[in-house]
Structures are given as structure tokens and as C-alpha cells.
Design a protein around this ligand. Structure first.
Ligand SMILES: *[C@@H]1O[C@H](CO)[C@@H](O)[C@H](O)[C@H]1NC(C)=O
Ligand SMILES: *[C@@H]1O[C@H](CO)[C@@H](O)[C@H](O)[C@H]1NC(C)=O
Ligand SMILES: *[C@@H]1O[C@H](CO)[C@@H](O)[C@H](O)[C@H]1NC(C)=O
Ligand SMILES: *[C@@H]1O[C@H](CO)[C@@H](O)[C@H](O)[C@H]1NC(C)=O
Ligand SMILES: *[C@@H]1O[C@H](CO)[C@@H](O)[C@H](O)[C@H]1NC(C)=O
Ligand SMILES: *[C@@H]1O[C@H](CO)[C@@H](O)[C@H](O)[C@H]1NC(C)=O
Ligand SMILES: *[C@@H]1O[C@H](CO)[C@@H](O)[C@H](O)[C@H]1NC(C)=O
Ligand SMILES: *[C@@H]1O[C@H](CO)[C@@H](O)[C@H](O)[C@H]1NC(C)=O
Ligand SMILES: *[C@@H]1O[C@H](CO)[C@@H](O)[C@H](O)[C@H]1NC(C)=O
Length: 735
């Protein structure tokens, strides 16, 4: 224990040198740019230069800027960034003579007022001005007077309570104005009337209850407006008819999280003026009713009522205004009170590509499927039912009665994860090979449900699909283990719950894979609980590149996998492979990435049998054997793995380098963290040096008893200036 102390001292002394901490001045005049940031300055450094065009004085303790020195010091200044200081006021003469200043950033200070003269000297040069994150409560009526070249003005995160019709007068070049996160309660007539170039206006996160009828008059070029998180109610006192009449160019309109009322509708003569809108985000009410007026929005692509959704019933007529429109994406997520959908809710939406009903957690699964009636014969990119029905007490069974409307929809991605599903009855989803669905589907995600049954059955569900590329069935939460023997396809009612007989496997278990399947995640499906069959054969898995069978609670690994001819990534971690068969991987000849992390490997066994186990997988580039308490690999080599690039051995009990790195010339990562390596021999160090001289190489030795090597100064020195990671941040040394 004693000799640990000098060693720690040594570490502290040496670390800064190798970690790249530099003690050089951070202030450097690099040509035309002067950086005086992060220096605890309370006044500007006296460093005049005629050449400086950019001056960064951020993150200091300035409480004011000098009154009239800036222009004599930096007459050519174009960009001044004084953000993150403590500036409380700015004198009228501060910017005098800075006729080139384009960009001025005063954000994150403590300004309370902007006087009318402060910026007047910048009227012919200033392009961007940020005053965000200050304490402005009032803007002088003429604070921005004359800034005819200004294109961007940020006033967000202040404490502004009102604006007048003069505040922004004359800002004819302004394209971007941010007033979000203030305390504005209303907008008066013609406040923005001079902003003829404005493209983007942010007024979200204020306390507006009311817009005057001509509040947004003149904004004819506006493309983007954000009014979320105010207190505008959806009736004419808050939103007078015609209030958006000038917003003929707006493509993105957001007005969510405003109305606090559950009931209500869309006031007439208001939203119909948004004739160019593509993205429309609005609050919704118990009875959703987008009336005929919305038919004027002939460019609509996305209707977003996500998260602020209060809909209880979706009627045939709820989307009337969008029927036969160009609507492509319908975002009805987090409609926590949605209970009913009439059959024709989604009828006449011929261009719909994405339907998101996620987190409609009180909606019965059957209701969601039934609503697809309106989409018969159409082609969609994604239907997302994640967490639909999640809060209903019973688990759901997907049967063919429920799914009959999806069969005639061509959808590429179908997601119904985390939705409390217990069973998918055989053929319910892909009942025939030539249903529209079977011919289109590419990605299915049914993860995080409560599916039980045996693996073969799950795969069978999808065997008719000729186009399926990825299938996610991971993380099934099964409350009762008793159903594990229940073969769903044979007995949908699964009458033998309660049976304690484990499934009995045939000698060879055939898995019929859709040939196009690339990716299959079966992690933490509990289907294999007792053991796996002696041989798992998947001759048709020709496309399968990634298979995740981790955490399957396999009680031993006496299996051989055959047929998976093109499998490249195989995750078998987290299983119980204390007993592992010699030939388990013998036929996985294309394997490049193999994980046996936390696989309960038997250390004595692996010591002698690692060679044999991996004998045929000679294309491995990544091998993960972490968390197994391994102690040694006999002969210090994995002779077949000459292509190895990453060898992950953390959390084992190795006491020296377990392999001769010279035999793995392409190794770039050797993770030996949390092992028992006390030191490295000079031979080992030489071979590591040899590797590192050829390419970037990282050795992680965190959490090893290295400190005991204090007596070996050469070794310590070698560690500091080579490629070894010892501390917590995972940073690497480089040659
Ligand atoms: C600036 O404000 C002061 C007082 O608030 C006022 O006397 C002066 O006329 C204003 N100047 C301009 C140009 O509006
Ligand atoms: C904003 O102003 C109000 C009242 O004028 C004050 O109570 C509040 O503290 C101010 N907030 C900030 C962040 O300055
Ligand atoms: C705002 O303008 C509208 C007409 O566009 C007018 O009816 C209303 O009275 C004006 N409001 C105020 C406060 O001047
Ligand atoms: C949409 O168009 C179809 C076909 O033109 C028509 O039959 C249907 O009535 C239209 N729906 C609505 C609500 O206008
Ligand atoms: C909704 O539309 C479907 C299909 O056209 C129809 O059968 C049903 O009666 C309609 N529901 C109501 C309440 O009108
Ligand atoms: C299908 O569902 C309907 C309504 O939910 C029900 O009346 C009918 O009996 C079901 N048919 C089958 C075969 O389950
Ligand atoms: C499979 O799913 C698990 C659980 O969500 C995830 O951790 C794992 O990364 C996935 N496997 C692959 C290969 O993506
Ligand atoms: C390992 O497998 C052999 C042969 O199948 C068996 O005799 C032995 O009991 C198994 N060991 C463990 C720990 O399961
Ligand atoms: C190491 O990598 C290089 C370049 O990626 C490759 O050409 C070479 O074949 C690899 N060596 C081995 C032994 O795989």
C-alpha cells in the first residue's frame, strides 16, 4: 500500500505534459483576429491594432465597454463578440466610429435598456445583432432606428413586456427576428409593418393573450412563424379574423401549447389565409374539426398536432378540410385521450405517406388498425403505432379480424413497439404472400412488447414477406414463464399455459427466414429459456448480416449454427455459455464482429479452447470477450484472427497481455480495462510500440493495478508518452 503515494504524485506531475494542457497565452493576434476570451478581464486589454477585424472578449467579467476607445484601437473592426460578460449598460459613444462593424454579439449580459443613440453609429454597417439573454424590459422606441442594413436581430430570453409600432421601424433588411422567451402580452397593430424582408419570426414562449387585427400586417415575405407556448385562445378575441391575412408566404406555421381549453375549434376567417403553408402545427380539441376553410391550404404537407393533442374522437369529418389535399404527414402523437376513430377518419387522404399515432395510449389496438380502412390501396412510408393502447389494462392479441385493413396498404415501415401486445396470431399480419402489405413491407418493429412463444413461430409470421429487410423483436417482457412452451401458430388460444414441460427440440431446428432479411434483433426475447436445440439451421437466411441473440437466457450453448452464410455481426452476449460447444461458430464463415460479452464463459475452458472455438471464424475484426473473468488464453494467441482490429477484454482477470499483438497487425483497439495487469514487460511494450508506429492504436488499461509498477520508472515513462489510457475520460494518446 505504501508505495502507492509517490506514484500518485508522479502521475499528477506528469499528466499535464501528456494531456496537451498548454500554458501559453490564450490571447493571440492571429492575423486579423484577436481572442481575449475566458480571461477574467474586468476591462478591455490595451492592445490597439489597426488590423484587427474580429475581437472576441467572451466569458470575462466586463461590466461595461469603454466609451470611445474601441474605434481608436480597432478602427477596422468587423465582428465584436462580448457575450457572456456582466455588462449592464452601454454608453452612446461606445460604437462611435466603428463604421465597419457587421456583427455585434452582446448576448448573455445584464443589459436592462437599449437607448436610442447607442447603435446609431452603426446604421450603415450592422448586419447581425444579438441581445439575447439580457434583462431588457423596455426597448427605446428608436433603439434600432436607422439600422437599415440589419438582417438578424435576436432579442430572445429577455423580459420584454411590450413593443410599439415604432420599435422596429426602418429595419427594411431584417430577415430574422427572435422575440421568444420574453413577457409580451399582446402585439399591437403594425408592430412589424416595416419589416418587408422578414423571413422568420419567433414569438414563442411569451404570454400573449391577444393579437390586434393588424398585428402581423406587412409581413408579406415571412416564411416561418413560431407562436407556440403563449396564451392565445382559439377564438376571435385572441385571434381576430384576418390576423394572418398578410402571411401569404408562410410555409411553416406553429401555434401549439396555447389554448388551455379542451373544447373549442378553429375560429373562422383565421387559418384559411395561410395559403402557402406546408407545415401546420396547431392545438387540437376534444372534437377535432378541421373544416372546409382548411381546404384553402393547398400546399399542406404536414399537419402536426403532436403532444398538444386533446382529441377524444376522430370522426369521418375531423379532417374534412384536408380531404383530397396534398397532406403527406399526419402527426397525431401523444393523443392521450383518443378513444374512438370512425372508420373513415383517414379516408380521402390520397397523398398520405406518414401516419404517426404514437402514444395514443388509451386507444385500443383494434381501433388503430380499423382506422386504416381509409388507406386501402395506398402506398405509405411509415405507420407508427408505438405505445398505442399501452395504458389499457389487458394485453393485446393481434388477430386477422383486426388487421384486415392493413393487408391492402403498401407500407414500408410498420412500428408497433411498446404497445402491450401479447400475441400476433399466425398470418394475421402477412396472411398471404401477395397481399399488398407482404409485397411492400421492409421494416417491422414489434420490440418492447409482451410477445411469448417460440422463435420459429415469430419468424413464421414474416416468412411470406419477400421484401422484409429488418425485424426488431427485442426486449419482450413476459410476465409468466409458463407460456414459454406455447406454440402460437398451432394453438392460438395457447391452452397449455401452466404446463411446466420445457419445449422439446428436434435435433435440427429449421428457421425459415425471408431471404431479404438483413437485420434481426432478438435480444432479450426469453424464448430460449431452457436450452437451445443442438443445431439451428437457416439455409434461407441468405441476406442476414446482423443477428442479435443476446440476453436470451440460453442455459447452455451446445448448439451449432448452420446456414447463416453471410452473417457478419453476431451478438451472443449475456447468455449462459458456461458449457459451450466446440463447433458453435464453425459454419459462420463470414463473421466479422462477434460478441460474447457477459456470456458466462468458463475461464478454465476458454484458456484451452479459445483457439478451437474460433478456429473457423478467421475474418473476425471485432471480438468482444468482456465481463467473463477470463484469466488466460493458452499460447497467448488467437491464431486464426489475423484480421482482428478490436479486441475487447475489459472486466476479466488477465494478468498480462493475453495475446501476442504481433500476430494481429491490424489491431487498433485493445481494451484491457479492469483486469489484473500489474505491468508490462519490455517485450510486450516493444510489440505495442511496433503496432503504434504503424497506425493509430489505443490500449486501455484503466482499472488495473498498474500503480505497483512505481519501481519501474521506464515503464511509467513509456505509459505517459505512448498510447495508454489510464484515466476516466477515455481520451487517447497518440504517437
Ligand atoms: C432619444 O431619447 C431621448 C430621451 O429618451 C430623446 O430626448 C431624444 O429625442 C431621442 N432621440 C431620438 C433621435 O429619437
Ligand atoms: C422580469 O420583470 C419582472 C417584473 O418587472 C420581474 O419580477 C422579473 O424578476 C424579471 N425577470 C427577469 C428574468 O429579469
Ligand atoms: C387595429 O387595426 C384594426 C384594423 O385593421 C382596427 O380595427 C383596430 O381598431 C386597430 N386597433 C387599434 C388598437 O388601433
Ligand atoms: C375526394 O375525391 C374523391 C375522388 O375524386 C371523391 O370521390 C371524394 O368525394 C372526395 N372527397 C371529398 C371529401 O371531397
Ligand atoms: C364513417 O364512414 C364510414 C365509411 O364510409 C361509414 O360506414 C360510417 O357510417 C361513417 N360514420 C359516421 C358516424 O358517419
Ligand atoms: C371481428 O370483429 C368484429 C367486431 O369487432 C366482431 O363482431 C366479429 O365477431 C369478429 N370476427 C371474428 C372472426 O373474430
Ligand atoms: C438490439 O436491441 C437491443 C435492445 O434494444 C439493443 O441494445 C441492441 O443494440 C440491438 N442490437 C443491434 C445489433 O442493433
Ligand atoms: C456441460 O455439458 C456436459 C455434456 O453435455 C454435461 O455433462 C455437463 O454437466 C455440463 N456442465 C454444465 C455446468 O452444465
Ligand atoms: C490489414 O488492413 C489492410 C488495410 O485495411 C489490409 O490490406 C490487410 O489485408 C489487413 N491485414 C490482415 C492480416 O488482414
Amino acid at each position: 500500500m505504501f508505495h502507492v503515494f509517490p506514484c500518485i504524485a508522479l502521475m499528477c506531475g506528469l499528466f499535464p505534459l501528456t494531456r496537451g494542457f498548454s500554458c501559453t497565452e490564450s490571447q493571440q493576434a492571429e492575423g486579423l483576429s484577436l481572442d481575449s476570451s475566458h480571461r477574467h478581464l474586468t476591462s478591455l486589454p490595451d492592445t490597439p491594432s489597426e488590423k484587427v477585424t474580429k475581437f472576441d472578449v467572451t466569458y470575462n467579467d466586463l461590466s461595461k465597454l469603454p466609451e470611445d476607445t474601441l474605434s481608436s484601437w480597432f478602427p477596422a473592426l468587423q465582428q465584436l463578440d462580448a457575450s457572456h460578460n456582466a455588462i449592464t449598460a452601454i454608453d452612446d459613444r461606445t460604437f462611435q466610429g466603428l463604421s465597419e462593424l457587421h456583427d455585434l454579439d452582446l448576448s448573455y449580459n445584464q443589459l436592462q435598456v437599449m437607448h436610442n443613440g447607442t447603435l446609431s453609429d452603426l446604421s450603415s454597417s450592422l448586419r447581425t445583432l444579438s441581445l439575447s439573454h439580457n434583462r431588457l424590459q423596455q426597448l427605446d422606441d428608436t433603439a434600432f432606428r436607422g439600422l437599415a442594413t440589419l438582417t438578424s436581430l435576436s432579442l430572445d430570453n429577455n423580459n420584454l413586456t411590450s413593443l410599439t409600432a415604432s420599435t422596429f421601424s426602418g429595419l427594411v433588411s431584417l430577415r430574422y427576428l427572435d422575440l421568444s422567451y420574453n413577457a409580451l402580452t399582446s402585439i399591437l397593430n403594425n408592430t412589424f409593418a416595416d419589416l418587408v424582408s422578414l423571413r422568420s419570426l419567433r414569438l414563442d414562449h411569451n404570454q400573449m393573450e391577444h393579437l390586434e387585427p393588424a398585428a402581423l400586417a406587412g409581413l408579406k415575405q415571412l416564411v416561418d412563424i413560431h407562436l407556440n407556448d403563449n396564451r392565445l385562445e382559439f377564438f376571435h378575441w385572441s385571434l381576430p379574423a384576418g390576423v394572418f391575412a398578410d402571411l401569404q408566404s408562410v410555409e411553416r406555421f406553429e401555434l401549439k401549447f396555447n389554448s388551455r381549453s379542451n373544447t373549442g375549434g378553429y375560429p373562422e376567417g383565421v387559418f384559411g389565409d395561410l395559403v402557402a403553408v406546408r407545415y401546420l402545427a396547431l392545438d387540437s380539441f376534444v372534437d377535432m374539426d378541421f373544416g372546409p376553410e382548411f381546404a384553402r391550404l393547398s400546399h399542406i404537407e404536414t399537419l402536426d398536432v403532436a403532444d398538444s393533442c386533446k382529441v377524444n374522437t376522430l370522426r369521418n369529418s375531423s379532417l374534412l378540410g384536408f380531404k383530397n389535399s396534398s397532406l403527406q404527414s399526419l402527426q397525431l402523437t401523444s393523443c392521450h385521450s383518443l378513444l374512438f376513430m370512425e372508420t373513415c377518419a383517414f379516408c380521402d387522404l390520397p397523398h398520405l405517406k406518414n401516419l404517426y399515432l404514437t402514444h395514443s395510449d388509451a386507444l385500443h389496438t383494434g381501433e388503430a388498425f380499423r382506422a386504416l380502412y381509409g388507406l386501402q390501396g395506398q402506398s405509405l412510408d411509415e405507420i407508427n403505432f408505438r405505445a398505442v393502447g399501452r395504458l389499457l389494462p389487458e394485453l393485446h392479441i393481434i388477430d386477422s379480424n383486426m388487421t384486415k385493413y392493413i393487408h391492402n396498404v403498401c407500407v414500408r415501415t410498420f412500428i408497433m413497439s411498446h404497445a402491450h401486445i401479447q400475441r400476433v396470431i399466425h398470418n394475421a399480419m402477412f396472411h398471404t404472400a401477395d397481399s399488398q402489405l407482404s409485397r411492400c413491407i421492409q421494416h417491422v418493429d414489434l420490440s418492447e412488447n409482451n410477445l411469448n412463444g417460440d422463435l420459429g413461430v415469430f419468424i413464421n409470421i414474416f416468412v411470406h414477406t419477400k421484401t422484409l429487410i429488418s425485424l426488431q423483436l427485442q426486449e419482450q417482457h413476459v410476465y409468466s414463464l409458463k407460456g414459454s412452451a406455447c406454440v402460437l401458430s398451432v394453438a392460438p388460444e395457447c391452452g397449455n399455459r401452466g404446463s411446466s414441460t420445457p419445449p422439446s427440440w428436434p435435433e435440427t431446428f429449421h428457421l425459415p427466414f425471408p431471404p431479404s432479411l438483413h437485420f434481426l434483433n432478438l435480444s432479450a426475447m426469453f424464448t430460449f429459456f431452457n436450452s437451445m436445440p443442438p443445431r439451428v439451421d437457416a439455409p434461407s437466411a441468405l441476406g442476414l448480416k446482423t443477428l442479435d441473440l443476446s440476453f436470451g437466457f440460453t442455459s447452455h450453448c451446445m448448439t451449432t449454427f448452420t446456414g447463416f452464410q453471410h452473417l457478419e455481426t453476431f451478438d451472443f452476449s449475456g447468455n449462459y455459455c458456461n458449457n459451450i460447444s466446440d463447433n458453435i461458430f464453425d459454419h459462420l464463415l463470414s463473421l466479422r464482429h462477434l460478441s460474447l460479452s457477459s456470456a458466462h464463459l468458463n475461464p478454465a475452458d476458454i484458456r484451452t479452447r479459445a483457439h478451437r472455438l474460433l478456429q473457423h471464424v478467421d475474418r473476425l475484426e471485432t471480438l468482444d470477450l468482456s465481463w467473463n473473468w477470463l484469466v488466460e488464453i493458452q499460447g497467448h494467441s488467437l491464431p486464426a484472427q489475423s484480421r482482428l482490429q478490436r479486441l475487447l477484454l475489459s472486466h476479466n482477470s488477465f494478468q498480462s497481455l493475453p495475446v501476442d499483438v504481433g500476430l494481429h497487425p491490424n489491431l487498433t483497439d485493445l481494451d484491457l480495462s479492469f483486469n489484473s495487469v500489474p505491468s508490462l514487460t519490455s517485450v510486450e511494450r516493444d510489440s505495442l510500440d511496433e503496432l503504434a508506429s504503424r497506425h493509430l492504436f489505443r490500449l486501455n488499461l484503466r482499472g488495473n493495478p498498474m500503480l505497483c509498477a512505481c519501481s519501474n520508472l521506464n515503464f511509467l515513462r513509456w505509459m505517459w508518452d505512448t498510447h495508454v489510457i489510464l484515466d476516466g475520460d477515455g481520451s487517447s494518446g497518440r504517437r
